[in-house]
Design a protein around this ligand. Structure first.
Ligand code: FAD
Ligand code: EPU
Length: 358
């Protein structure tokens, strides 16, 4: 096992920040991770697992050991006439896995096309986009207890998935290395398969009709999602960013009723979740809370498109903070704190980071 000292992480974080790791190791298998666990450098240092670095803000160089997950492999565990159970190892690139499924006509994750990062990080925040979250197709995952080396299985209920939340961001934070994730997808090649395409979110239907997708397919939905994403979100290869910097906040019905009198155009979505953690599938008849797009709140505070030194809020999506080239992590974090403060002062709403700040 090769351990590198002062390893630059510039290409391993999508903000493009120039930082390094005190110690760095790349693991290609569960066995290699266990081998690493036996080493003194592992036992005596703080550890950070790194996937694609697309949801991380490094505010400084990393003290301790960064473990880059590169465990590859996709396998079919079982299948029926209409469903397939697939296991993807943590180091697979998420979008490549999505495309692999689309090629085989396995449906369920096409709305999650083009989300950067690796499979292993997907359960961390229950990645979601365009009306789908991974919890919708999640079967189980295997993780290594980073203290004992024991392999532990987590089924859906163990993961405590919520909006951009899971047990791995909360009580299990820093305790498990996610090694593989198993999904249950629908085999569209089967005439008996029953599948509901998810095309209600945003502009998907309009784009599909512009694309003249006469026959609805998972490839068409994926292409529509890719088109929308490319029109709104900056490509990290061209402009450093980590997607939405903040989560969309949920406010109580009482607070919503007061704010909407002041801001009648405020966009909102009825929410069944009071906090990010509680998973309720059925919306009550009367919403108990409302989700407000953080992008709107930030735009209303005047931040959209504003450049502050080497950083700023993106011109097409206020929720995305960007690195114009020479920003450091502290600068981006300071901007985030300023934005958070102004939203609090104007609306009395606390917006919380989605990005993992280290
Ligand atoms: P990293 O950034 O490397 O890690 C994220 C966190 O997970 C860190 O705390 C890390 O320590 C931990 N971690 C990583 N791998 C493991 C593992 N194997 N075991 C244990 N812990 C681990 N997210 C969405 O949900 N929806 C979107 O639509 C979306 N759009 C985005 C668009 C852009 C342009 C960008 C840059 C990001 C976007 N994101 C989105 C955020 C990001 O892509 C996801 O959160 C993704 O899952 C992060 O994967 P990663 O491998 O890059 O994780
Ligand atoms: N809006 C503005 N100004 C802006 C941006 C957004 O007013 O600058 C308002 C508009 O009313 C718009 C609404 O916000 O209709 C929603 O915007 P959008 O559809 O772009 O989605 P979002 O809520 O900003 C969320 C996720 C994205 C995900 C998309 C699509 C969060 C924090 N972000 O963004 O995820 O791709 O929906 O599902 O939930 C990420 O997590 O990194 C990410 C990019």
């Amino acid at each position: 096992m090769k351990i590198e000292d002062n390893k630059p992480l510039d290409d391993l974080n999508t903000f493009g920040l120039k930082v390094s790791a005190q110690y760095f190791a790349e693991v290609n298998s569960v066995e290699e991770f266990r081998e690493l666990m036996e080493m003194e450098i592992y036992k005596t240092n703080k550890k950070l697992i790194l996937g694609g670095g697309s949801n991380i803000l490094f505010t400084d160089c990393v003290k301790g050991l960064v473990v880059k997950n590169s465990i590859k492999g996709i396998s079919i565990l079982s299948e029926t006439e209409t469903e397939v159970i697939l296991k993807a190892n943590a180091g697979e690139v998420w979008h490549e896995f999505v495309l692999w499924c689309i090629e085989r006509n396995y449906a369920g994750i096409e709305n999650l096309s083009l989300i950067p990062g690796l499979v292993g990080a997907a359960p961390m925040q229950n990645i979601g986009a365009y009306g789908v979250e991974i919890k919708d197709v999640f079967q189980e995952l295997e993780a290594i207890n980073m203290e004992s080396g024991e392999i532990v299985k987590f089924v859906l209920s163990d993961c405590e998935f919520g909006y951009r939340e899971s047990v791995f961001k909360n009580k299990c934070k820093g305790k498990f290395f996610i090694a593989s994730v198993t999904f249950k997808l629908t085999k569209l090649s089967s005439p008996k398969a029953i599948y509901q395409f998810k095309t209600d979110y945003g502009d998907i239907k309009n784009i599909l009709s512009d694309m003249r997708a006469y026959e609805l397919s998972i490839k068409a939905v994926s292409d529509a999602v890719i088109q929308i994403r490319n029109s709104k979100l900056p490509n990290p290869k061209e402009l450093g960013n980590a997607g939405s910097f903040f989560k969309n906040p949920t406010i109580s019905k009482e607070q919503f009723d007061k704010l909407v009198l002041q801001y009648p155009i405020m966009p909102s979505y009825p929410s069944a979740e009071k906090s990010g953690m509680k998973q309720i599938t059925q919306l009550p008849n009367v919403p108990i809370a409302y989700k407000i797009p953080a992008g709107w709140l930030i735009e209303q505070c005047g931040w959209k498109g504003k450049v502050v030194g080497n950083t700023g809020s993106h011109k097409s999506q206020a929720l995305v903070l960007v690195n114009y080239g020479n920003a450091n992590g502290k600068e981006i974090w300071n901007l985030a704190l300023e934005i958070q403060k102004s939203v609090r002062e104007k609306f009395g709403i606390e917006i919380m980071p989605e990005v993992n700040v280290v």
